[in-house]
Every structure is written in structure tokens, then in C-alpha cells.
Write a protein that binds this ligand. Structure first.
Ligand code: KG4
Ligand code: ZN
Length: 346
């Protein structure tokens, strides 16, 4: 079984080829981050235009690199939601056209499901497991009992974890995306908690990041050395951005660890996985591993190429869906909200 996976839900145009016997053969990605940097976030219209330009080349590269032709493909898996409507439509329309022209089956894949199983590409993870998926667009906890069988046990009431990093980084005038830049500054601050931002511990498994984001912004604004207009600390030798970034990251680590600990008290789990763009963060990885260690369960995260949006996770999910005979008609549509009923597949 050879599956072509296509992903275009946000600002990455990606394609991958997965072979059941040989594993992931290729994983090609074009990131639009340079196009959106100037705006401090993803501009939907720019994103869909760029997908249109890049998608044929990215797919060709994913196939050519491993000497596979379109005829060798057994099925075409494509993200059909959630995501930006224009971006999703580019990938889905391209995948449908290929499926129609080649007379190959089509498989719609939920983007979040792709992330949930992304750690399984490189690791043998026993079921059931708890998965924290955290990126710029979503943050949620899942209880996963089998391939394609998972239940959402916690979501965010407001911002996603990556979004909180991005917004604070924007206020500090660091650039976009904010997560890696906050991590770099936090490293300079030795991951110390200088500011003690509120954690809002709670007894359930849901998240809310707007409180901590606001606390950080107030903390900045009240300082005389902070110029609100220019979004700059006026004193050149200030350590404020380092201390803010370090304190934010430590607080975020505590919040994530707190909700996972609660989840582990309520749901049986043999492993904990950490996936999505935020899972690139080495401090948070170590923090979550210590939670897993203290519960004597396996911990795993995907390598960086499978943390951020990618075609490999879509091809991987496409493969087990094909084995389960779960194909979709050419009338398949996109869905944009993560609250869609398609999120819970079992
Ligand atoms: O999965 P992804 O590439 O795209 C979305 O679906 O959003 O995730 C991007 C998000 C951004 O918010 C970015 O700031 C965050 O992941 N991110 C990080 C790190 N690298 C990326 N957050 C914290 N630490 C990092 N090292
Ligand atoms: Zn994503």
C-alpha cells in the first residue's frame, strides 16, 4: 500500500509518500513563514494564493525524490479540515482532481487526527495513551484508544498555546513565529521564574491562556522602560524580555503539566505524547517527560519535521484509514471548525 499525503490547511504546503512496508519514503514542505512574517500572523488570502503556486511542485518533489510515479500510488489522503477555508480548498481540490484523473481512491483526513498520530510514525506507542496537541491554531488533550479512535478530553477556552507565545512575542517586538524566539530568550534566562505569572490551577482538563497572556502584557506596560507605541523596552541593556520570556515558559510548562496530571488521574494511559508545533520546545518536552516518568508511563514526541504541519502525518493516517476501508467520495467537502463532529472519529 502506497499513500500520497497532502496538507495545506494553514501556511504550509506539504506532501509525503508513505509505504506500509517501508515507512515514510518522503516528506516535502514549503513553509510560507517568510510571506506572513511582516504581518505578525497568517494572512488567509496570501496563504491560499501561495498554496496554488506551490502545490504541484511540492507533490512532484515528494514523488520524484523516491522514484514513485502517480500510477504507483494506491490512494490519495488529504487534509479536509479544520483550517483556513481557502487553504483547505486548494489541497482538497487538487487531491480530488488527482483522484478523478488517476481513478484512485480519496481519503479525507482530519488535521488534528494527523497531529494525534504523528508521534506514532517514528515510535511504537502502546494504546491507550494521552496526547497533548499544541500549536498556533489548537491546543487540546486527547485520550487515544486505537488508530482512528480518540476522544477529546480537554480544549482551550480562548487562545491556543502557540498563539499565546506568538502574541507575547509580538508585544515584545521579537518577530514571528514567537514560540522559538521565546524559547531562545528563556534559555538565556536559565528557565527561571522571575515574575510568577498566575497559573490558574483547576480540577479539570481544559486550558485557558488569555489570563496569562494578559498578565504578561500588563507586566510589560506598567514598566516605565516599555514604550507601548514602539513595542520596545527603551533601555538597551534591560533584561526584562529575557525575564518575561523565561517566566512565561515556566508558567506554561506548569499549566500543561497540571492538566495532564489531572487527565492521567481520570483516564487509563500507558503513554503520554506531545505533538504540534509547540512540541518543538525542548523545555516543555522535558517538563512533560518528567510528568510521564512520575506516572511510570512512556513519553514520546515526534521529531521536529513531524511536529509542525506536514504531509507525513496525513499520509500515515491515510494508510490506516485505507486498511480500515474508510474511503471518501469525490463530493467530500472541507470543514473549518475544530468543533465539527468529524473531530471525534471512532
Ligand atoms: O503546528 P504549527 O507549525 O502550525 C499550526 O498549526 O499552528 O505550529 C506553529 C506554532 C506557532 O504558534 C509557534 O510559535 C509554535 O508552534 N512553536 C513553538 C516552538 N516552535 C514553534 N512554541 C514554543 N516553542 C517552540 N520551540
Ligand atoms: Zn497543525
Amino acid at each position: 500500500m502506497i499513500i500520497l499525503g497532502i496538507e495545506s490547511s494553514c501556511d504550509e504546503t506539504a506532501a509525503a509518500v508513505y509505504c506500509e512496508n517501508q515507512g515514510m519514503l518522503s516528506n516535502v514542505l514549503y513553509s510560507q513563514v517568510e510571506l506572513h512574517k511582516h504581518y505578525g500572523g497568517v494572512v488567509p488570502e496570501i496563504a491560499s494564493r501561495s498554496h496554488i503556486e506551490k502545490i504541484p511542485h511540492i507533490i512532484a518533489e515528494a514523488l520524484e525524490g523516491v522514484r514513485i510515479t502517480l500510477q504507483d500510488i494506491d490512494a490519495i489522503a488529504v487534509t479536509n479540515g479544520p483550517g483556513l477555508p481557502g487553504s483547505l480548498l486548494v489541497g482538497l481540490c487538487f487531491a480530488k482532481s488527482l483522484a478523478y484523473a488517476l481513478n484512485k481512491p480519496l481519503i479525507g483526513v482530519n488535521h488534528i487526527e494527523g497531529h494525534i498520530f504523528s508521534a506514532c510514525i517514528e515510535h511504537d506507542i502502546p494504546f491507550p495513551f494521552i496526547c497533548l496537541t499544541a500549536s498556533g491554531g489548537h491546543t487540546a488533550l486527547f485520550h487515544v484508544t486505537d488508530y482512528g479512535a480518540y476522544t477529546c478530553i480537554g480544549t482551550t477556552a480562548d487562545d491556543a498555546a502557540g498563539e499565546a507565545f506568538d502574541k507575547v512575542a509580538k508585544s515584545l517586538n521579537l518577530g514571528y513565529p514567537g514560540g522559538p524566539l521565546i524559547e531562545q530568550l528563556a534559555h538565556e534566562g536559565n528557565y527561571r521564574d522571575y515574575r510568577h505569572y498566575p497559573r490558574l490551577r483547576r480540577r479539570d482538563t481544559n486550558f485557558s491562556f488569555s489570563g496569562i497572556k494578559t498578565a504578561v502584557l500588563y507586566d510589560m506596560i506598567k514598566r516605565e522602560e516599555y514604550d507601548k507605541e514602539k513595542k520596545l523596552f527603551t533601555s538597551p541593556h534591560t533584561r526584562a524580555p529575557i525575564e518575561i520570556a523565561s517566566s512565561l515558559l515556566v508558567a506554561m510548562g506548569d499549566i500543561l503539566a497540571d492538566r495532564i496530571t489531572t487527565a492521567l488521574q481520570h483516564y487509563p494511559a500507558k503513554a503520554l505524547t506531545f505533538v504540534g508545533g509547540v512540541a518543538c520546545n525542548k523545555y516543555l518536552r522535558a517538563r512533560l517527560k518528567s510528568v510521564a516518568d512520575s506516572h511510570d508511563i512512556i513519553y514520546a514526541h515526534p521529531s521536529a519535521q513531524y511536529c509542525t504541519d506536514n504531509g507525513a502525518m496525513i499520509a500515515f493516517v491515510g494508510n490506516y484509514k485505507a486498511l480500515q476501508g474508510k474511503y471518501d467520495p469525490l463530493t467530500l467537502d472541507i470543514f473549518t471548525s475544530s468543533h465539527s463532529s468529524k473531530q471525534h472519529v471512532s
